[in-house]
Design a protein around this ligand. Structure first.
Ligand SMILES: NC(=O)c1ccc[n+]([C@@H]2O[C@H](COP(=O)([O-])OP(=O)(O)OC[C@H]3O[C@@H](n4cnc5c(N)ncnc54)[C@H](OP(=O)(O)O)[C@@H]3O)[C@@H](O)[C@H]2O)c1
Length: 329
């Protein structure tokens, strides 16, 4: 039986990756520091290796004890993390680095792996940990993967855009789920056609396995929902999945000002479209879950969770002021 080592693996995307590899017949080892509860503690098919990925010795110990065929790297946020990993795991069949759609440095539609420029990364950014340098650091990790492949390492990258689905601790989607479940009228910023590609988390997990098994060394692969929905459509898809009706009320910058709100105060709003071409991953045989089905599973888990996403967007009182102004027109 092949063995997969998932660096990270206990929280969101990593948790689904563990399930994906386990269900595909792999022995799976989760590597983390043990600060977050391990959801696989009772699962005989999943072992746990405690360590800090920032500590090379810990990674080396994991390499020796697990002897993985595949390594999935969920928590590489700085290029140096990837440099150490491609060295320690230089002999595995596949090392897959979880990069990001934020690695792209040009606003083309769509963004393509082998055409669209990546963010440059300065030495200062490479060791930073602020959100401002996130895309640059992820891009530099991609370049580390590509040069490791030139040296013979079977290293690959996956670039998902915003990921949503069960156990999403970022709560960005929970904000919208909460709005739809709790209110009849939902304020959507702009004219509702804002487009920010998203990826359903189980599809990201299956993409990691497909890339590990079928990907070519040095290549990067975008992952994202096959059918994109605008922000306004997303609210309607959530309502359908939840079996409820909502009225989508669009509000531009002027209307939002009535509640002291700005377009960018809403989660998953992006002024310019962010669309990733996923053809390269599809060519490896990867499939994405229909968005209605993905949202139904997302709604179901949200209802069972204690996440409400309220902190991620405007408070309802401010929105009510916007709705009040719109009603007077
Ligand atoms: N969410 C998105 O929308 C999105 C989009 C694109 C790309 N990504 C990428 O996806 C990855 C994040 O995935 P996730 O958070 O969902 O993964 P995950 O595998 O579920 O997550 C994090 C786990 O990693 C462990 N961890 C954190 N720091 C560690 C360290 N220094 N050493 C060992 N283990 C460590 C934590 O456990 P302990 O605290 O117990 O160590 C935590 O439970 C990132 O690389 C991110 O850039 C995310």
């Amino acid at each position: 039986m092949p063995t997969a080592l998932v660096i990270g693996g206990s929280r969101f995307i990593g948790r689904h990756a563990v399930t994906e590899f386990r269900d595909a017949g792999y022995d799976v080892a989760v590597f983390n520091r043990g600060r977050h509860e391990n959801p696989f503690a009772e699962d005989d098919a999943v072992s746990h290796v405690e360590g800090d990925r920032k500590d090379r010795t810990d990674l080396r110990t994991a390499q020796l004890s697990v002897d993985p065929d595949v390594v999935v790297d969920m928590v590489a946020y700085q290029p140096a993390d990837v440099e150490v990993a491609v060295d320690v795991f230089a002999d595995v069949d596949a090392y897959v680095y979880v990069s990001s759609g934020s690695a792209y440095g040009a606003e083309t539609i769509p963004k393509r792996e082998d055409e669209t420029a990546l963010e440059p990364c300065s030495a200062e950014q490479a060791t930073d940990d602020s959100y401002a340098s996130y895309g640059a650091r992820k891009a530099e990790g991609d370049r580390v993967v590509s040069s490791a492949a030139e040296d013979g390492v079977n290293a690959m990258s996956l670039r998902p855009p915003v990921v949503y689905g069960p156990h999403d601790y970022t709560e960005r989607m929970d904000y919208w789920l909460g709005r739809v479940l709790e209110h009849d009228r939902v304020v959507v910023p702009g004219d509702g056609t804002n487009l920010w590609h998203r990826a359903y988390v189980e599809d990201v997990a299956s993409a990691l396995r497909v890339v590990a098994e079928e990907g070519a060394p040095g290549e990067a692969y975008n992952a994202g929902d096959r059918r994109l929905v605008t922000l306004g459509e997303m609210v309607e898809v959530i309502a359908d999945a939840a079996g409820t009706d909502v009225e989508v009320v669009t509000a531009g910058a002027r209307e939002l000002a009535a509640g002291d709100l700005a377009l960018g105060d809403f989660p998953l709003y992006r002024e310019y479209p962010h669309v990733l071409d996923t053809g390269k991953l599809h060519a490896l045989g990867w499939e994405s879950t229909p968005v209605e089905e993905a949202m139904a599973r997302t709604v179901e888990e949200h209802r069972e969770s204690d996440r409400d996403g309220r902190e991620e967007g405007p408070d309802r009182e401010a929105e009510e002021r916007v709705l009040g102004v719109l009603d007077t027109f």
